[in-house]
Write a protein that binds this ligand. Structure first.
Ligand code: NDP
Ligand code: HSE
Length: 436
């Protein structure tokens, strides 16, 4: 048997992901050691409540509530607690003691990334986070390493499994949002507080991480426009399908030019995706990240975006990489923020829109509405009309569905304000961006 140098691995958190990481590490320790060139000894799993039921059998002697002592004795610390505190403090303690850190925690990275990367660089340690975006899907390493020689133009991603699961059930089974969310929570996809999923915040965390990596620029969470799916109704999902679209929560990170200045933009919102686009075929809790790069062209990364054992795969990949660096020596690779591009707000984004209006069914209304779009330089691509209601009433109404060509978000917002104020418009029923 080969004798390896032994590395002490501390796992913080024994929940959906942590319990699977511990189990796989115990089960496949020898194989992982052969790949890493070092023994990977699980020295403990820190939890909050040692008596809580676990998804896997972790030997009782490895369970502890003393995370700090565990960190001090470790070469590699795997943070799988989630949330900001105490995760941030534990990661800093681990890095400051010289340990490499692996985390799946997008919230702590999106909120405190620069501080954590700086701490890692100071001591020459490594901070890995493949599982923080896209669960099992390799996307961090491809962006950081494989595409380091290219220029990324755009990323279009389904990066939240819970919301994709919910929207998919609303589309394919006619569920309402609440019942689909309950099932996603039962299956372990949702965050401890599912508002993070349905409010779009989890996807916004991931968008900040992806945009920072892809554009070599620090993009902070408050620079990511965020709109969740709480306002998406079953009726909208059904109407979308009839019109040839599916509703998806997308994270969009792109290089844009505003007033002649090159910068980046990051946004998360529900969007209409044409049924023939590859992202429309992403079902259940799966994630997919579509990357457009100048030289490489279009690339798609697809797979399980959530789930304990699936996410554990990405964590263990990081663990093997971290162990290899321990064996080879040398400092960790610092985050690259050299481009330092300006981050533009949503008002500068350019996309297509579908605007649904209830209007008075009278002569000249269509012309009035077309003029309001034209007044704000928003070009109309297609219009369809159906009778909405009010027949026999004093003022019959019609439903107009207008799809625009690409327009700047600020122009579209001004158009919607004019439509809302117009006497011929009974109501602006919905405004959805059309992507892909
Ligand atoms: P869980 O809520 O299932 O588990 C969290 C674990 O942390 C629990 O074991 C809990 O202990 C422990 N814990 C909480 N507070 C403390 C504390 N103060 N000290 C020590 N331990 C503590 O989370 P997940 O496993 O689902 O997620 C872990 C991380 O992975 C998060 O950052 C999440 O965003 C990320 N992630 C999760 C995915 C998923 O599909 N679940 C996918 C991708 C990323 P106890 O068990 O005693 O309560
Ligand atoms: N709650 C997250 C999701 C877990 O649904 O995608 C994976 O990050």
């Amino acid at each position: 048997m080969i004798e390896y140098r032994n590395l002490r691995v501390a796992v913080l958190g024994g929940g959906s992901v942590g319990s699977q990481v511990a189990a796989l590490l115990l089960q496949h320790g020898e194989e992982l050691a052969a790949r890493a060139g070092a023994g990977l000894e699980l020295v403990g799993v820190a939890v909050r409540n040692p008596d809580a039921p676990r998804d896997t059998d972790i030997p009782a002697h490895l369970i502890t509530t003393d995370a700090e002592s565990l960190i001090l004795g470790a070469d590699i610390v795997v943070e799988l607690i989630g949330g900001i505190e105490p995760a941030r403090t534990y990661i800093l303690q681990a890095l400051n003691s010289g340990a490499d850190v692996i985390t799946a925690n997008k919230a702590v990275l999106a909120n405190h990334g620069p501080e954590l990367f700086e701490a890692a660089e100071q001591v020459g340690a490594q901070l890995y986070y493949e599982a923080a975006v896209g669960g099992a899907i390799p996307i961090i390493r491809p962006l950081r390493d494989s595409l380091a020689g290219d220029r990324v133009k755009r990323i279009l991603g389904i990066v939240n499994g819970t919301t994709n699961y919910i929207l998919d059930r609303m589309d394919t089974r006619g569920d309402e949002l609440r019942e689909a969310l309950a099932e996603a929570t039962r299956l372990g996809y949702a965050e401890a507080d599912p508002t993070a999923d349905i409010g779009g915040f989890d996807a916004a965390n991931k968008a900040a991480i992806l945009a920072s990596l892809a554009f070599h620029t620090t993009v902070s969470l408050d620079e990511v426009y965020c709109e969740g799916i709480t306002g998406v109704t079953g009726e909208q999902v059904r109407a979308a399908r009839k019109a040839g679209y599916v509703v998806k929560l997308l994270a969009i990170c792109e290089r844009i030019t505003a007033d002649g200045v090159e910068g980046v933009s990051a946004r998360v919102h529900p969007a209409l995706v044409p049924l023939d686009h590859p992202l429309a075929a992403v079902h259940g809790a799966n994630n997919a990240v579509f990357v457009e790069a100048e030289a490489a062209g279009s690339l798609m990364f697809y797979g399980a975006g959530a789930g304990g054992v699936e996410t554990a795969s990405a964590v263990l990949g990081d663990l093997v990489s971290a162990a290899r660096r321990h064996v080879a020596g040398g400092p960790g690779v610092a985050e690259s923020t050299h481009a330092n591009l300006p981050v533009f707000p949503i008002a500068s984004a350019i996309t297509r829109y579908q605007v649904t209006l209830e209007v008075n069914d009278e002569p000249g209304v269509l012309a009035t509405i077309a003029q309001l779009f034209s007044d704000h330089s928003v070009s109309v691509e297609a219009v369809s009309q159906s009778v909405a209601g009010g027949q026999g009433a004093e003022r019959p109404t019609a439903t107009l569905v207008i799809v625009t060509h690409e327009a700047i978000e600020s122009s579209l917002a001004a158009t919607v304000a004019s439509l809302t104020a117009s006497p011929v418009v009974a109501s602006v029923v919905s405004v959805l961006r059309v992507e892909g």
